[in-house]
Design a binder for this molecule. Structure first.
Ligand SMILES: Cc1cc2nc3c(=O)[nH]c(=O)nc-3n(C[C@H](O)[C@H](O)[C@H](O)COP(=O)(O)O)c2cc1C
Length: 368
């Protein structure tokens, strides 16, 4: 038997084994009603549950109603939502693909319109009225956006408890683990960034203060789930242009998160100041891989690379060269849900169709 390309080797975190290193990155669908996923989400995930990926991370899902980004965002704060997620996790389970939920509080970037409605703050004419947003400091995420209310020190334990309750509900819905969303300008990232966190109490100021809420959340989530359940953390490793968060800060955060029981750092970037879309950052193939590489080496924690990884050769090299343990793809998987099969073919997997569901594999093998 020939040696497996590194991209197609299994990888484990705690009690969960991923059949390969290809991850479906979390992608908001903006099509839920009152946080409840529906036919759209089932169809969307059906495409990927049959694609041969090694891990799926479902979209940013609100830990509370106010924590949703938009009225179309999914939630995990009530029983109806737990029930509605079950058929989606079942799709992945039937194919042996571990599935994670990204749990989030959108902070100052909550209460926004769906992308196709402009992604501006909700207003009185929107299908759902705007709601009061919260943040470390009363600074709008962007000029003209809602002014958030600065969270009081006494409210921090409640935020951590909401994340922990969300993690428990995610497991009840059949998820294999959770990913804490600490990126893209949402609540936890906004605590990390000196641009958005101007607090002078124990939750701001020094790097230690800025890290405090993210670390408390990680501890609370770890304590809420069994030992064999992995917890991932997605960080914006650096702010966008004009922000203040540095990679050194994120290395320090990763050390603390590792000690708090986080198992993998998913290394993204940007989101503060808001409006710095990916296109506005210096992007190119694998542009965020250096973050995943440095954190993996320096913190000795598994890492995930994401951002313009579109070609199998690049994805395979990232794993082969030890720059990350897993790779996540978002837009390329929208373009090409059969990407893992193409990757298996191009990287010379002995039996490329073997990564697909058995019926597909059976017929593709006959056709080969
Ligand atoms: C439609 C869409 C929705 C997204 N939603 C989320 C999300 O819910 N959570 C998140 O952390 N990132 C989200 N992202 C960012 C992706 O996970 C990914 O980090 C980014 O698109 C870069 O990867 P890519 O170049 O493979 O697209 C989204 C991206 C897209 C295209």
């Amino acid at each position: 038997m020939s040696e497996l390309p590194p991209l197609f080797t299994p990888f484990s975190l705690r009690g969960v084994t991923f059949p390969n290193r290809i991850t479906l990155a979390p992608m908001c669908q903006y099509q839920a009603i009152e946080g409840v996923p529906n036919d759209w989400h089932r169809a969307h995930h059906g495409r990927y549950a049959t694609s041969g990926i090694g891990c799926a991370i479902v979209e940013s899902t609100g830990i509370s109603r106010e924590g949703r980004i938009s009225p179309g965002c999914t939630g995990i704060y009530n029983d109806e939502q737990v029930e509605a997620w079950k058929p989606i996790t079942a799709l992945y389970r039937a194919q042996g693909i571990p599935v994670f939920m990204q749990i989030n509080h959108a902070g100052a970037k909550a209460s926004t319109k769906r992308p196709w409605d402009g992604m501006d703050p909700l207003d009185e004419g929107s299908d759902e009225p705007p709601w009061q947003t919260v943040a470390p400091s009363a600074i709008p995420a962007r000029e003209g956006w809602h002014t958030p209310r600065a969270l009081h020190e006494s409210e921090m334990a409640g935020v951590a408890a909401d994340f922990a309750a969300a993690a428990k509900r995610a497991l009840a819905a059949g998820f294999d683990g959770v990913q804490i969303h600490g990126a893209h300008g949402y609540l936890l990232h906004s605590f990390m960034s000196p641009w958005s966190n101007r607090r002078e109490d124990g939750y701001g100021g020094t790097l230690e203060g800025r890290m405090r809420l993210p670390v408390e959340v990680a501890r609370a989530v770890r304590a809420a789930v069994p030992d064999d359940v992995p917890v991932m953390y997605r960080a914006s490793c650096v702010d966008g242009e004009g922000g203040g968060l540095t990679l050194d800060d994120t290395v320090a955060l990763s050390k603390e998160l590792k000690a708090a029981g986080v198992d993998l750092m998913d290394c993204s970037g940007g989101g503060i100041p808001a409006g710095m879309r990916l296109a506005a950052m210096k992007t190119g193939p694998g542009f965020q891989v250096p973050y995943a590489h440095r954190i993996r080496e320096e913190v000795e924690i598994p890492s995930m690379a994401v951002g313009m990884i579109t070609e199998p050769q690049l994805a395979n090299e990232i794993i082969a060269e030890g720059k990350a343990d897993m790779v996540a793809l978002a837009r390329q998987m929208l373009r090409e849900p059969a990407w893992p099969y193409r990757a298996a073919q191009e990287l010379g997997l002995e039996d490329p169709a073997s990564i697909l569901p058995k019926l597909y594999a059976f017929y593709l093998k006959i056709a080969a």
